[in-house]
Ligand binder design. Structure first.
Ligand code: NI
Length: 186
């Protein structure tokens, strides 16, 4: 059954769920299908190119990526459940941003090409060979499943300059470790 998705609030840096290692999906239930539908709606509503389940407050190994939808004016979301990298090749540097770290963009070094294996939303095992923005996006989203944020991968010297901005974003974290900062400014 196709599920209708809804916009979910995105967790912001400082939120503890962004630092947890996400759990594998053991079965694609209706609840998981609903979460996937919600991730898609949230990705496009927020003008993102990728999104991971922990970013909407669910510590599960699900990512979605659609790096070219804005350029091509056509939506093609890839859903990857329990993803595993099989190959990394080369090196490339590109500027990254993250819906969980608003208004910060920095260059990050990633593998230029990757091969990744994951279940799709129908539970079929699929392999993707990715390069360019797709490869970068997959590595960025996969990091979210490990509790890693792209600012962790910025060179130390650059990070010194980011510290104040990051602290400011983290400052709205509540006593339960949840940061849903009102992002009307975006
Ligand atoms: Ni991100």
């Amino acid at each position: 059954m196709k599920k209708r998705g809804k916009l979910l609030p995105v967790r912001i840096i400082g939120d503890k769920i962004l630092r947890q290692v996400a759990k594998p999906v053991t079965e694609i239930t209706d609840e998981i299908r609903q979460l996937i539908a919600d991730l898609k709606i949230t990705l496009y509503e927020k003008d993102g190119v990728g999104l991971a389940a922990p970013q909407v407050g669910r510590s599960l190994r699900i990512i979605i990526s659609d790096p070219y939808w804005y350029r091509d004016n056509r939506k093609n979301p890839r859903v990857l459940i329990n993803p595993k990298f099989l190959e990394f090749e080369g090196e490339t540097t590109s500027e990254e941003g993250c819906l969980s770290i608003p208004r910060i963009f920095e260059k990050v070094i990633r593998a230029e090409r990757v091969v990744i294996e994951a279940l799709d939303e129908n539970g079929e095992l699929r392999q993707y060979s990715a390069d360019g923005l797709f490869a970068t996006s997959l590595q960025h989203e996969y990091d979210h499943l490990e509790g890693i944020l792209f600012v962790d991968r910025v060179p130390k010297l650059k990070k010194v300059f980011l510290k104040r901005k990051i602290r400011e974003l983290e400052s709205t974290t509540d006593e339960n470790g949840i940061n849903l900062r009102n992002e009307k400014l975006n």
